[in-house]
Design a binder for this molecule. Structure first.
Ligand SMILES: Cc1cc2nc3c(=O)[nH]c(=O)nc-3n(C[C@H](O)[C@H](O)[C@H](O)COP(=O)(O)OP(=O)(O)OC[C@H]3O[C@@H](n4cnc5c(N)ncnc54)[C@H](O)[C@@H]3O)c2cc1C
Length: 391
C-alpha cells in the first residue's frame, strides 16, 4: 500500500469509461482519484452518436456483454428518474442501401432473441412517425423497439457527482497525465506539471489515446482508430424520437431538442494534417444536413450548430479491450468502440475485478492479452492481480 491507510486507485481519463469505473470503485468503498486533461466528457464521449444497441451480427460473448450494457442503463433509469431526459429507449430504425438487403441481419437478430421487427415501408409511420417513408428502402426496415440513445455528458456528470459523494476526488484540467511505472509496477500517475499522485492501482481510460499511452509503456496493441465527427444541429421544430441508422446518415435527438448526425462517408471525408489537427469539409456538413432532412418526416430545414471532430476509439480487431495490462502490475486499461453501450457495464466489471482480484468471465474474450505474447511476460499472468481490498 503506497498512500494513506486504505487502498487508492488513480483513474486517468474523464470520459464515460474512466468516470464509470471511478464511480463504481468509489461506491465499493475504494479511495479514488480521477484526473483528466481538460473538462469531463471532452473526448469521444462528448461527440458520439451514442446509440444503445446490440444490432447486427457479432459474437455471442460480445452480444451478451452489450445486452448487459443496455440492462444497466435500464437499472440506472429506474434508480435515477431524472435520467429520462438523457437516456431514452424510444426504439431505432435501420434500413439497407441500394443493392443491399437487411433480411439476413433481421434473421440473425431474431434467431438470437433480439427484439427486432420487420416493418414494411407502408407501415413505417406506425413505429416511427418521425421518418419519411419515401426515404426507406423498398424492402422495408428493421425496427428495434428496445434500443435507444444516451447523452453521455449528462451521465458522466451524474457519475462524477456520485463518485464525489462517495468520497472520490476529481481533478479536471490537469493536462497530459501519464502512468508512473517503476520497474514492472504502476505506482501512480504523473500530471503535466510534474505532480505525482501515488496509487495502489492505476486505470488508463484515455479513449483513443490508449494505444499510444500503452506503447509509451512498451505494450503494443493494434489500433483501428479513425478520425470522425458528429454534427450537432440547431434546435429543430419537429419531434424526433427514433434513432435512425440509414445508408447515408445516422440521426439521434439530444435532451435539448437538437439532433446529432454522422455517416461513414462523412467520416471518411475528414482531413488529418501532419500535426494531427482535423478539418471537416463544409460539403460534408451540408451533405449531412441534407441527408438528415431527406429521411425525416416533413423534410425539415436543418442548420448546423457545431461540429464535434476527433478520434473514434476502435481496437484493431473491433472488439473491446478491458482489464489488466500485460507485463505491468497494478495497471488496467479500457479501450473500446461502442463505449456508449458499454459505459456502465465495463466500469462496473472492471471496478469489481480491481476490488476483488477476480477476473470477470464476461470479459474473458476481451483481454489485452490477446494482442500480446504473454509467454514473454512471466511472471505476470492473466488473473494474477492483487486485489486492492484484501478483506
Ligand atoms: C462519431 C462517433 C460515433 C459513435 N457512435 C457510437 C454509438 O452509436 N454507440 C456506441 O456505443 N458508441 C459509439 N461511439 C463510441 C463511444 O463514443 C466511445 O467508445 C466512448 O465515448 C469512449 O469513451 P472513453 O471514456 O474510452 O474515451 P473518451 O470519451 O475519449 O474519454 C477519454 C478522456 O481522457 C482524457 N485524456 C486523454 N488523454 C489523457 C491524458 N494523457 N491525461 C489525462 N486525460 C486524458 C480525454 O480528454 C477524455 O476526456 C461513437 C464514437 C464516435 C466518435
Amino acid at each position: 500500500m503506497t498512500t494513506g491507510t486504505s487502498p487508492h486507485v488513480a483513474v486517468i481519463g474523464g470520459g464515460i469509461l474512466g468516470t464509470s469505473t471511478a464511480a463504481y470503485l468509489a461506491r465499493a468503498g475504494v479511495r479514488v482519484t480521477l484526473v483528466t486533461s481538460g473538462e469531463l466528457a471532452d473526448g469521444a464521449s462528448g461527440r458520439s452518436i451514442a446509440w444503445l444497441n446490440s444490432s447486427g451480427d457479432r459474437s455471442a460473448a460480445y452480444h451478451y456483454l452489450r445486452l448487459a450494457g443496455i440492462d444497466r442503463y435500464r437499472s440506472w433509469q429506474a434508480h435515477h428518474p431524472e435520467s429520462e431526459a438523457y437516456i431514452r429507449f424510444d426504439g431505432a430504425l435501420k434500413w439497407a442501401g441500394p443493392g443491399e438487403s437487411f433480411r439476413s441481419t433481421f434473421d440473425f437478430e431474431r434467431r438470437n432473441g433480439y427484439d427486432s421487427l420487420w416493418i414494411d415501408r407502408a407501415d413505417i409511420a406506425t413505429v416511427a412517425p418521425d421518418v419519411d417513408p419515401a426515404a426507406v428502402a423498398e424492402e422495408g426496415a428493421i425496427y428495434n423497439p428496445g434500443e435507444g440513445w444516451i447523452s453521455m455528458p449528462d451521465l458522466i456528470a451524474a457519475l462524477a457527482a456520485d463518485a464525489v459523494a462517495a468520497g472520490a476526488t476529481v481533478h479536471e484540467n490537469v493536462g497530459h497525465a501519464r502512468v508512473d511505472v517503476q520497474g514492472d509496477e504502476a505506482v501512480g500517475v504523473v500530471l503535466a506539471d510534474g505532480t505525482r499522485i501515488a496509487a495502489d492501482h492505476v486505470v488508463l481510460a484515455t479513449g483513443p489515446a490508449v494505444p499510444a499511452d500503452l506503447a509509451a509503456l512498451g505494450v503494443t496493441i493494434p489500433d483501428a482508430t479513425p478520425a470522425a465527427f458528429v454534427l450537432f444541429t440547431d434546435p429543430v421544430d419537429v419531434t424526433v424520437r427514433t434513432v435512425l441508422n440509414t445508408p447515408r446518415v445516422a440521426v439521434r435527438p439530444t435532451p435539448d431538442g437538437r439532433l446529432v448526425l454522422d455517416a461513414d462517408w462523412a467520416e471518411q471525408s475528414v482531413q488529418v494534417a501532419d500535426d494531427g489537427s482535423l478539418t471537416v469539409p463544409e460539403a460534408s456538413v451540408e451533405g449531412l444536413l441534407a441527408e438528415a432532412s431527406r429521411v425525416l418526416a416533413g423534410n425539415p430545414t436543418l442548420t448546423a450548430q457545431h461540429v464535434g471532430a476527433g478520434l473514434k476509439p476502435i481496437p484493431g480487431d473491433g472488439n473491446p479491450a478491458v482489464g489488466e495490462v500485460p507485463g505491468i502490475r497494478n495497471l488496467s486499461a479500457l479501450f473500446t468502440h461502442s463505449g456508449a453501450t458499454l459505459g456502465l457495464i465495463l466500469g462496473e466489471l472492471l471496478a469489481d475485478e480491481i476490488v476483488t482480484g477476480t477476473p470477470s468471465p464476461l470479459l474473458a474474450d476481451f483481454r489485452f492479452h490477446r494482442f500480446v505474447d504473454t509467454a514473454a511476460l512471466e511472471p505476470i499472468a492473466t488473473g494474477a492481480w492483487s486485489p486492492v481490498n484484501e478483506d
